[in-house]
Design a protein around this ligand. Structure first.
Ligand SMILES: Cc1cc2nc3c(=O)[nH]c(=O)nc-3n(C[C@H](O)[C@H](O)[C@H](O)COP(=O)(O)OP(=O)(O)OC[C@H]3O[C@@H](n4cnc5c(N)ncnc54)[C@H](O)[C@@H]3O)c2cc1C
Length: 410
């Protein structure tokens, strides 16, 4: 494990930090996510949140700090993953988020770079860099989440177009998206992983209906998306027809890495602040909760240093991304529960005073997003069991059956 920057990395870090200090809102500025949680889609607060995300991306782009690893010809900076990691560590200390742009910048762009034609890259990457187009992911369906390849949305060829009909669900930010990445079945006569095609779809196409889903914390970030004979030009297939599963792998790998990335939320320190404000800093039970949070933060710090060393050496994290996602999820869950205990009644009935109870209540509701999104914890454990521990692979009875012969529930 390598704890130190090389001289070149240290210089890059100093340059990034100086630029951020001059251009990004200060740490401790009003929460960059304000307006997202609790604000209904279409409200002024939500619109302001969307605009704030776009504005920050444009600031990055103007300053030469957007999409660091993307090719220069498409608006990126042509730098390495190590540079990207350093910049992300620095930007994490400031009060900014890319919010609604995260699907586009975090995994749509990298997937187009890996699998797109030159025309597709030239058409779709520069508007992503400039935050001119928002993207969403249309993968999950009511019967296809963990078992994504079970998807039933179908796409049939009609001349130069595909006609797509089906239903998607849990589609983050689809209600504000200009484009979506969409998986649909183009061949039901082959096993399920082999008949799927990956499309780029204009969200304003006739036949698309978007219905927001209201969450328990008041936000309406997710949607159901219904597709009724939506026509997609054949030129909008990413990769090969029926070859969408390989493309999907790329998307999911980037998405998982994105969700598992450690953001130092300083939860142990926040617990100390709450306990001090509430006069419970001497309580041994509270002190143990703080010590547990601190211990988890140190484990995460060392694990992320291990990942960073691998990235610096040009290795791609595989099952380590699953492990990181699990560790982050456990930390958020346990800290939310302990934070509620430390904040006590303030977390239930007070909230905005010095104890800051609201933040623990919000964390308690929000941590599920991290634990389910991008593949649930059980699925991450399956990956770790199979590819790290060498346990027997899960039984896959439908692996060699034509999709149309697989028994479906409902
Ligand atoms: C914050 C968030 C954002 C999301 N954004 C998007 C988005 O933008 N676009 C999109 O398409 N989808 C999105 N999703 C959906 C997400 O990908 C799915 O929720 C996830 O893959 C799980 O699928 P499911 O909800 O259908 O649960 P299911 O697959 O039905 O799973 C139900 C339960 O069974 C368990 N389970 C299932 N299979 C196994 C197995 N083989 N072994 C052990 N346990 C198993 C699961 O772990 C889970 O606990 C998002 C979800 C969240 C939480």
């Amino acid at each position: 494990m390598d704890f130190d920057d090389t001289p070149e990395e240290a210089a890059f870090r100093a340059e990034a930090r100086a630029w951020l200090e001059a251009n990004a809102p200060r740490p401790g500025a009003p929460d960059a996510w304000a307006g997202m949680e609790g604000a209904p889609a279409g409200s002024d607060a939500f619109d302001e949140f969307v605009e704030r995300c776009k504005q920050w991306q444009r600031t990055l782009s103007d300053g030469g700090w957007a999409c660091l690893t993307w090719p220069k010809e498409y608006g990126g900076q042509g730098l390495t993953s190590a540079h990207n990691m350093i910049f992300n560590q620095e930007v994490g200390q400031f009060g900014v988020t890319l919010g609604v742009l995260i699907p586009g910048l975090g995994f749509v762009g990298p997937t187009i770079i890996a699998h797109g034609s030159d025309e597709q890259k030239a058409r779709y990457l520069p508007p992503l860099v400039r935050a001119d187009e928002v993207w969403c992911q249309l993968f999950s369906e009511p019967g296809a989440g963990s078992d994504l390849a079970n998807l039933r949305t179908k796409a049939e060829r009609d001349g130069d177009e595909f006609v797509v009909t089906g239903q998607k669900v849990w589609n983050s930010f689809a209600h504000v998206a200009d484009y979506g990445i969409l998986l649909a079945r183009t061949n039901p006569d082959v096993p399920k992983h082999k008949g799927i095609t990956f499309f780029l779809v204009d969200m304003r196409s006739p036949g698309i209906e978007i219905r927001p889903i209201r969450q328990i914390n008041g936000a309406a970030k997710f949607n159901e998306v219904f597709l009724d004979e939506v026509r997609i030009p054949a030129g909008n297939v990413l990769g090969e027809v029926d070859g969408g599963w390989a493309v999907t792998h790329t998307t999911l790998m980037y998405e998982r890495g994105q969700i598992g990335a450690t953001r130092d939320r300083k939860l142990a320190q926040r617990m100390i602040d709450a306990a001090r404000a509430g006069g419970t800093l001497d309580d041994p039970v509270v002190r143990q909760a703080i010590a547990r949070a601190h211990t988890r933060e140190q484990i995460l710090r060392y694990f992320s240093l291990k990942l960073q060393t691998a990235i610096r050496q040009g290795k791609r994290p595989g099952a380590e991304a699953s492990l990181m996602k699990l560790l982050v999820g456990n930390h958020l869950r346990d800290s939310a529960v302990d934070g509620m205990m430390v904040a006590g009644l303030d977390a239930v009935a007070g909230g905005e005073g010095p104890i800051g109870g609201d933040q623990w209540k919000d964390l308690l509701l929000w941590q599920y997003e991290v634990r389910f999104g991008g593949g649930t914890e059980e699925i991450q454990r399956n990956t770790i069991g199979e590819s790290v521990l060498g346990l027997p692979r899960e039984e896959r009875v439908d692996k060699d059956l034509a999709f149309r012969d697989v028994k479906q529930s409902g």
